[in-house]
Design a protein. Sequence first.
Lengths: 118, 883
Amino acid sequence: MPQEDKLDLLQGTLDVMVLRTLQALGPTHGYGIARRIEQVSEKQILLNQGTIYASLVRLQQRGWIDAEWGTSDNNRKAKFYSLTKRGAKQLAADVAHWERLAAVMQRVLAMADEGEKS
Amino acid sequence: MIYYLREGSQKLRSFFQKKRLDQDLEAELASHIDLAIQENLKQGMPAEEARRKAMIEMGGLEQAKELHRDARSLPILEKFNQDLRYALRAMRRDAGFATFAILIVGLGIGACSTVFSVLDTLLLKPLPFKDPASLVWIANRTKMDGDLSGATLQVGRMLDFRERNRSFSDVAGYFGFYGVGDSKLTGEGKPERLSSVPVSQNFFPLLGVQPYLGRHFSADECKWNGPKVVMLSHGLWERRFGSDAQIVGKTIRLDDADTTVVGVLPASFDFAAIFAPGTHIDLFAPFSLTKETDAWGNTLVVVGRLKPGVKLARAQAEADVLGMQITAEHPHANGLDPKLAFLGDHVSGPMRPAIAVLVAAVAVVMLIVCANLSNLLLARMASRQKEVALRITLGASKRRLIQQLLTESLLLTSLGALLGLALTIAATRGLAHLDAFSIPLLSSVRVNAVVLAFTLLAALATGLVLGIAPALQAAGMRLNSKMGQRGSGETKGHAWTRSVLVVAEIAFACVLLVGSGLLIRSFLRVLDVDPGFRPESAAAWRVDPSQQYKTQAQQNAYFDEVLHLVRAIPGVQAAGLTDVLPLGHNRSWGAGAKGQTYKDADYPDAFVRVVSDGYLKAMGMTLKKGRDFSERDTVTGATPVMLINETLARRLWPGEDPIGKLIVGDCVKGDRQVVGVVGDVRHVALEQTSGSEMYMPIRQCQDWGSVDLVVRSTLAPAELSTRVEATLHPLIPDLPKGSMRPLSGLVDRAVSPRRFIVWLLTGFAFFALILASLGIYGVITYSVARRTQEIGIRMALGAQSSMVRRQIVLQTLFLAAIGLSIGALASTAMARALRGLLFGVTYGDPLTFVLAAAVMLAVAILAGYLPAHKASRIDPMVALRVD
């Protein structure tokens, strides 16, 4: 698939996706989160997996997620992230915000044409 | 919102844990790739393919790390940190330049901050009292400058005013004629002369000064002849009483009387710093506001506190009306004609022009420092062109380059500011201990938070100012043109900027030279003034008769004894007594010629001195006519006599011989016959001509507050001190050792504020001169280096080395001439502003201007000659081969 067809991530959207993924999956490592987002988006967004780590450290510093080193299913060392209470609250607020925005966008785009002005 | 704070602090923390976090990220990314490979392998890819796919999906590793770092930390701080390290490296590479730059920035900022701390203490900071903005100085308008009798208020008038005015919540005062060293402390320890100020009961409460220990004076203690009590200054309490916490209630022996200590004042209260600069005040006694003290005439220095919301102008209008009413009601007492001024203005107002000059001077010095450093940085920039070009090629943005170069100059000025701060701390400490300087509040000059903030600001501002030109220049550099060029290449505009900077330096230095020149000339003129007495080889001691000499006859016998004993010392040429030494307090009495009638406002006043025979000779004053006092001018059987000065003689009997004439005055008891005329003495200030003066014989006039013995001798000071003290010991057992005061000290103290300004300004001018000469030297050396090849070619073609030399010196002179012309114009404007501080020279004083120009020119020629000489020795062969 040519790169140009992929969607650029809007500012701030990756953070919400990460939070939501953690809520859905429970404690997960960075690779797991990245894979999951790719699967769910059906590879429609342009995501270098590496960029997820900037988002993770930002969310961690804000106290929305926790991080801990642990072992994966196949016995590999990995850093596991989990949603905090505060993160859950923030996610709820973000979800509400995105839903409103999406609804507004939909209504605006679906506006009926009113013909020429003259 | 709180999470932003949290995020900020986390970011700051991660800035300092860079290494640990980087390792953690490294491990995490490795595990990420590992997980991806495992999954790919599980899907059946060959190992090589599994690895490749994992890496592709990951995206750029370095990019991921960079993003992570930016997100977790503060990118600005990271960059700043980088720049700083780079700057430090650059500095180490060019240590000579860095040292020089830090040194001159340090000196410049040190000078600025020191002057600022003086400005802050004297003009900006409120006085150390409660609500100082409502404190008002209330003094009578006077006919004669420096006439304390005229300016002080009579007790009765002060009470009238206090009762009737509606502008002031309270009015208090202190006895203005207290004498330094008036009180004698005996008892435990060495006897010592202390200075005590009598204050009204409400004086400290009005200022809002709370006792550190004990209490204020009570109403009972402020009655006439009330119980003997004192409050101690904090300094005396520490020094003499070892900070005795139990001192309150104890009795000390003061002026041969038991006196109870009722309180100790706080260390923050320094009476002398505000009301009597250059002296120490040790004790405070209660001053009674009663009919007895009213009878002493004008004695009170008065301070009032305005009611909230009352403007000074309104208070003044009311005071004018009240003054007229009160004066009219008491035709036989001293009048009341109050002039109000805010206490702060009264205290530091006289220093304002001098401080303005200093501020202007340091500003100019700082400009020179900036010009000089800018110049050096530009020169350095030229040799760093290759480096900058390389960085541009490697992708550094303009913004980043400017940031980098500004960081370098800011680092320099910050280090300079550190040095400057150390200098300021040392300088303010020195200033605060200049006891000999009678400048108000000087003792409380400190480096405080405001001064620190100022220093920081100065460092930032200089860093930006002097860094901006080279930074912009570097940013404007074009790639292609620079990469291949020689390191010493330089554009036309570049050289022009540097020449302009040097011209500015010369002009500024010229302004400072003229300013300090004018002040030095004024200072010398003041020292040249004939004060009417000869201070050299004369000294004074306080020898007030103790309580045991009660009657005037006993006191006269004591005076005879003192004079006989001292005059018998070999080497003593003359000795005399006086109640007041020149350049100190002044009081005045009315002095009218007998038989003359005067209008009230025109009634002649004269400063009063009570002196003994021999005083004129001991002081080195001149007797113009008639005779000196003698030991026979006493109370019994002798005519009341007096001496007057030439000014009073002219005032009372113009064109006539005053000898034998009589003077009546409201304070002179009975008529007095003039027996002699004395040369005028500058009693108020060296810069001021003396007013009318009259001298009463001490044996006929008991109205003295203190007695000083003045001795003129051929002995060395130390010898004189021990001889006189040993001789007087049997008569005055408690005469403190080492209490001799050389008369030259009086003159020194009188000129001390002027000397203070002269010192500082001359220092600044010298500094400016050095900087300007370095600036010239730098620019000329540089232009010579740039033209090495050209000069080499010319010499190869037969140019004489003297020609080359002359041409370069001429180039220097050209710069100097432009700088001097601009400087001369600026100096004229500056000198005009300086007028108030000048004495005996006009602001356009040609000699000063010519000298300043000559010095500047000489320095410029020297600074230009050195590189010129070097250029003339260039070997053409070597020069042509230079890269």
